[in-house]
Every structure is written in C-alpha cells, then in structure tokens.
Ligand binder design. Structure first.
Ligand code: SF4
Ligand code: SF4
Length: 384
C-alpha cells in the first residue's frame, strides 16, 4: 500500500510564521541564472535587497538580501554573500494604484501567479486589459501550497486585503468580482486549491468548461498565496524574495503527519537546516506533496530554496518507491475517491477510451488511495 488512508479532507493545520524582524541568515545564497539569459553586469558586485540582478523573458531575478553577488564559474548560479541585515518595511502603508502602476509594481516585485504555471503577474493582468468580458475570482485556497493563507491574510493583513479588493473593483469597474474569502462554508480539502477544480465546485461548471474559462481568459483567477504576495508588495513594500515552505513527515509505516512544519524562507537560502533540525530518522526527501509524483533524494542533498519551484518538502523515514506495484484488485477505490468522476479504473484496465481525461485535474488522489500501489498518475500522464 502506498500510503495510509488519508482523511477525506487532506486538512491543513497552521503555525504562526511571520517574523517581522528577521534579516540575517548565515551562509551563501544560491539562485539559478535562467537558461538563455544574457548577463551584462560584471561580477562581483554589491547588491541590495530587491534589486534586479537579471531580467529575462518577463522573469526577474531579484537580490534576496543585501550583499556581494558573484557568478559561479559555470555561470549557472548567482552566489550572494550577505554582509549585513537591513530594516524591514513590513508595516501596512496604503498606496493608490492605477492599472499601469499596479502592473509596474508586479514587475518590480518579480511577482508571478502561484496558481497558473510560469506566468509573471504583470503578463497575466495584461491579458485582461482590453478584454471586454471576464470575471475575477478570488480564492481562499492556493494551488501549490496547503497552508492557510486566508487566515494569514485576514489576520495581520486585513487592511491591505480590503484595499486590494477595492483596488481590483476600481481598476475593472465593469467586471464582476467573485470573492470567496470569508465564506464560512468553504473548508480546504485537496484538490480545492487547483483552480479548475475550484471553479468546477463553486460554479457547478463541468471540469471542461472550468479548464476552458482559465485557458481563454474568461476568468482572472487569484488564489490565496498569490494574493498574499501581491499584498506584501503593494502595501508592505516587500518584493517576492520570500515564500512559505511546508514540510510534511511520512513515517516508516507510511503515515503522514498532517500538521506541516511551516517556514518562510528567502530565495536562494540553503535548505541544510532541514536535516539539521528535523528528526534524524527522516533521511529521504522529495520536493512534493504525497499527491505529486515523488522524486526521492537524500535529505542532505536538498540544496537551495528556489522561490519559483519549491513550496513543499515531504520527508520520509523509508523510501516510498521501494513499495511494489501489485495487480489491480478491482476494489474501485480510485474511482470512489476521484473528485471529478474521471473513471481512472478503466485506464488501469486498459480501456483508456473510457477514462475521461478531460475531467481529470491531475490531483493525484487516485494514486494515493490505490491499495495495490499502482502509479495511476503515471498512466494518466501517458494518455493526456
Ligand atoms: S483521475 Fe485521478 S488524478 Fe485525475 S481527477 Fe481523478 S483522482 Fe484526480
Ligand atoms: S487501480 Fe488500484 S484503486 Fe483502482 S481498482 Fe485497481 S487496485 Fe483498486
């Protein structure tokens, strides 16, 4: 069996994180240079927190700290040695924006949609600038991060949140804004953070329509983690140089600890503190949740935090891929737990035409629940 019976709701539990007076981290920071980019600056050079070190295809690399930046000899990484702390401006400061200054702020802060892959937020908003008919959806859940951003936003960032909702309405006065924050009936349960699934559930649309609404820009979708970083930039002056990381533990019997350790990390920061501070029994790590394909590695080889790629680490006491795949036992658990009724059972039975791939939102639930350890996710990838 792959994993134990997870509760139907893959619930989130939260820890308080925001430390507003941090700012000195020992060691070097390592940030990848985007492939194909041209480096014009001569190195080493002094950088300050938030300074643009490189801009490539709409993506910006910002200095995560004050310090001295060099390039590694292969020119694949910026290496930054922090040489001092700096004061944070993490207090709410109201500021007015129009469309142009808003998108400039997104660009300056290197903000990206954390719901739609590889999408700088400026580019995303520009798609809607002259779009005559679309709708804005604000979701309290986040695609990649199973942490309670709604709670964080409605706690210490409430003023900023109210300002942002007003701002969105003023920038797009004719557009309907559907705000799912502060809706007491909404409880997080995986896969609610996946935008197409969220739209399918909340608007009672079929999954195909929900996917299309995102692809054809009928919906401007902002999940809670994206909104969290928008607020930090617009009203707290903080660029996107930090991101939350949730660390899950899976013991040798495959039981998952549903209370993730939560960290708020600086881009490029070494992840060596994880094996140094965690229970030494957890020797294997994967930059994924249990619902994703696991790519196991030694916990000491986690390297450096990449703000655009890393949001979760699962630590295993025992290598999960050591388990065997058995033959399908026709238990129908995969179909039973599939939230969109895509019929993955038929795929395993070789009747791929009866698997409704258009309904599949790649949530990974069927794989997690399969008692025979069949990698249904992989079979799905082969047909979509
Ligand atoms: S088939 Fe599997 S991955 Fe696809 S939606 Fe259903 S449970 Fe999720
Ligand atoms: S694929 Fe797995 S979950 Fe689905 S019927 Fe077969 S054994 Fe059960």
């Amino acid at each position: 069996m792959l994993f134990p019976r997870l509760p139907r709701a893959f619930a989130r539990k939260f820890h308080k994180t925001e430390n507003k007076r941090e700012r000195t981290i020992q060691g070097q920071f390592l940030i990848p240079v985007p492939a194909g980019s041209v480096i014009s600056e001569s190195y080493p050079t002094r950088v300050t927190h938030g300074q643009v070190m490189l801009s490539h295809n709409g993506t910006k690399v910002l200095a995560p700290v004050n310090g001295v930046a060099t390039l590694t000899p292969d020119q694949k990484f910026f290496q930054i040695k922090q040489d001092g702390s700096w004061s944070t401006s993490s207090v709410y400061h109201f500021q007015n924006y129009d469309f142009s200054s808003l998108t400039n702020a997104f660009d300056e802060g290197a903000l990206a949609s954390l719901d739609i892959q590889d999408m700088p937020l400026k580019d995303y908003f520009l798609k809607f600038k002259s779009n005559p008919s679309f709708r804005i959806v604000l979701s309290p859940f986040s695609r990649y991060q199973h942490l309670d951003f709604e709670n964080m936003i409605l706690g210490s960032m409430k003023e900023a949140y109210i300002s942002f909702v007003e701002l969105v309405k003023s920038i797009f006065p004719k557009v309907e804004v559907t705000n799912f924050f502060e809706n007491p009936t909404l409880k997080f349960e995986h896969p609610n953070g996946i935008p197409e699934y969220f739209l399918h559930k909340q608007f009672d649309w079929n999954v195909v329509k929900a996917k299309k609404s995102l692809l054809s820009n009928e919906i401007l979708y902002l999940g809670a983690e994206t909104i969290y970083h928008i607020l930090r930039k617009l009203y707290f002056g903080e660029p996107f140089t930090k991101r939350h990381l949730a660390v899950f533990l899976v013991d040798r019997k495959g039981r998952i600890d549903l209370e993730p350790r939560q960290f708020f990390l600086t881009n490029g920061q070494s992840l060596a503190f994880i094996p140094n501070n965690m229970d030494k029994r957890y020797k294997i790590a994967s930059f994924d949740t249990v619902f994703d394909a696991i790519q196991p590695m030694d916990v000491n080889a986690l390297g450096y935090f990449n703000i655009y790629e890393h949001y979760s680490i699962t630590l295993y006491e025992k290598l999960p891929v050591a388990r065997k795949e058995f033959s399908c036992i026709d238990c129908m658990e995969c179909n039973h737990y599939c939230p969109t009724h895509a019929n993955p059972f038929q795929l395993i039975k070789g009747k791929s035409e009866e698997f409704d791939k258009d309904k599949c939102v790649s949530c990974g639930i069927c794989t997690v629940y399969c008692p025979a350890g069949i990698d249904i996710r992989k079979r799905i990838e082969e047909v979509v």
